[in-house]
Each structure stands twice: as structure tokens, then as C-alpha cells.
Design a protein around this ligand. Sequence first.
Ligand SMILES: Cc1ncc(COP(=O)(O)O)c(C=O)c1O
Length: 357
Amino acid sequence: MPATNTTPLSTQQLRAHVDRLPRYLLGHYPTPLEFCPKLSAALAGPRIYIKRDDCTGLAFGGNKTRHNEFLIADALRLGADLLVWGAGVQSNNCRQTAAACARAGLDIHLVLGRGGPAAEPDQIQGNLLLDYLVGAYVDIVEEAIGIELDGRIARETEAHRARGRKVYGWDKHVCKPLAAVSYALCVAEIMEQSGALGFTPHALYVSSAGSTGAGVVLAQKALGLDCRVKCVAPIQWPWDTQADMGEIADKAGRLIGLELGLGKSDVEVSFDSIGPGYGKLSDAGIEAIELTARTEGILLDPMYSGKAMAGLITDIRAGKFQPTDSVVFIHTGGTPALFAYSDKIAAKMHPRRLPAV
Ligand SMILES: Cc1ncc(COP(=O)(O)O)c(C=O)c1O
């Protein structure tokens, strides 16, 4: 199929473009698109739908199930026998990539950055517990995530190569656009599902400062959607995140034969919901987690989806939607981290008490 800039595409045409890339199936699709009547009523705002990508089906689900279908396929295509991957100790990415490797019969070495010496033994909980259970080789190191940890991962990768392993390493220029392609498929599902339910989304909200949001933007442009896409960043990277996401979206498009000329101005990303910092709880995030759990029985996570929902709640309270509008919130998963942060969450949550008799 030649490269094209003839858009809008139908969802079927978009799928056909994506089909030109190798894919290693890992997930349960389509994930449900659920109307949340009680959450919508509690906020007296638009009709809120949640795209349940926490139910993608691999090791407690989340956005990295979709990402990994393209990354694992690429690793297998290149004949790799080992992935060297890394992020924070409670990384959802690492947990899901380790599970994907278990499925694909690949080894994985996780280099998890603690960001300093250990004040106490690392708690084997949440994502870290799952990393061990799915058989990853886990190294917890003192480097902080970002440039420092990336350097360490690169050195570990070279050491494995010197020992003769065929390593698929984290190269953000390759991995991020490949992962982004997977979120074009998620948007195709949303549009097909919303069409079947009889509504058109006015806005899509998603937790992202990288591939996930870039893939959503790619589909927004490819499908010609008249719908706002708001990425709520969980982290402030030391680079221009908006420009980076625009570039990822453009490269992802080229990978599937679409020349859309995407860039910084195509991406809307907000840093207003990070709270005290990446990896730290925010009061608004805890409120969002409690409200969503108590109205819909749906659990968000403390670092990504909870903060993104807090971003949506802020916009609703600021009057940015009409009651007749429909908003789709993409739940990107991350729920195992609830258990790793249990003490901190317990200190901030608001348990219901039975009234005194
Ligand atoms: C649960 C969850 N949601 C959202 C994200 C954001 O993903 P990205 O910035 O790569 O799009 C992550 C990243 O690790 C995540 O773990």
C-alpha cells in the first residue's frame, strides 16, 4: 500500500494501514466502552464514558498490552532473545512488558531505577511483585529515571550483547512510534463502539506524555474526528513533551503509510494534574479515585489514570462541557500500583463510617 495523505479514513481503512506492521496479539479486544451514569450525575457535567483499557487482559491490563503487541513483534522479527527494559520500581510498563515476554518466550532484564540508595528494603508489592512472578530478571539500581537510568540501561544492553545475547533494547526513536500505532486501533474501537451506542464523543481524555496520546492524536487526524483530544501528563519530562508527542504521532503515521505532517501544534497536553510530582500522590488524584470507585466500582491508579481523571474533573467543574456532551475517558490501567502505595493512599483517603446509633 503506497503512503497516502488522503484522509479522513474509515476505521476499516485505518485498520488496513495498521495491518501492514507485524503484530503479536496479547490483548482482549475490543475493550468495553462503558457509560458511567452515576459518575456523570455526581459531577453534574457531560455524559462520561470510560474506555476500559485497564481490561486489556495481560497481567492486570493497561495501555502497555496494546503497545507491546507491536514491540514484541518487532523484537521477534529481529531475532531477539532478550529484552533489556527499565523505568521506576513500580513501573506498569515493565510489569506488562515482562508479562508479554513470558507469553512470547523471551527473556527480560528489568533495570528499575530507585533514584537513590535504599532507605529500607524495597517493598515487594504491586508491579514489582508481578515482575518477579512472571520471571523477569530484576535489578533495582540507584539511578533516577530519565537520562541517568537510560545510560545505565544502555550499558547493561551492551554488556549482554558482548556476552552474545540478541538484545532488543529500548530505543525511544523506534519504540515510541511503534507503540503509538497501537492507540490508533484503540480510537478505531472507540469510534465503532460510540457509533453503535448512538453518540459522537466531544472529547477524549487520556493519561499520557508519550506514545499513548500520540497514537490517539494520530487516529484523530487520520479519521478526521471533530473531537478534542486532551492528554493529561503524569510527568514533566526534561524535553518539550508536546513537540515530542507530535513527532511520535507523525513517525507512527509514516510507519503505517500515512503522511499527515503531524507536529507540536496537533497535540494538547496539560501538566496541571501532576500534583507534587511524578510518583507522588495528589489530593485531586485521590478524590478522583474515590469518586470513580464509589460511583461506578471502577478502580483508577494513583499515578496515571487517577490524575488524568482529576484533570477531567477540573475541566468539568470549570464548565468546559455541556450536559449533552459526551466525553470518553481512556482508562490506561496501572491498578497494581494501588497496593504498592497502600500506606500513602490510606493516609489520604476518606473511609466511610457508619453513623453512630
Ligand atoms: C497506567 C499508565 N497510564 C498511562 C501511561 C502513560 O503512557 P505514555 O506516556 O507512554 O503514553 C503509563 C506509562 O507508563 C501508565 O503506566
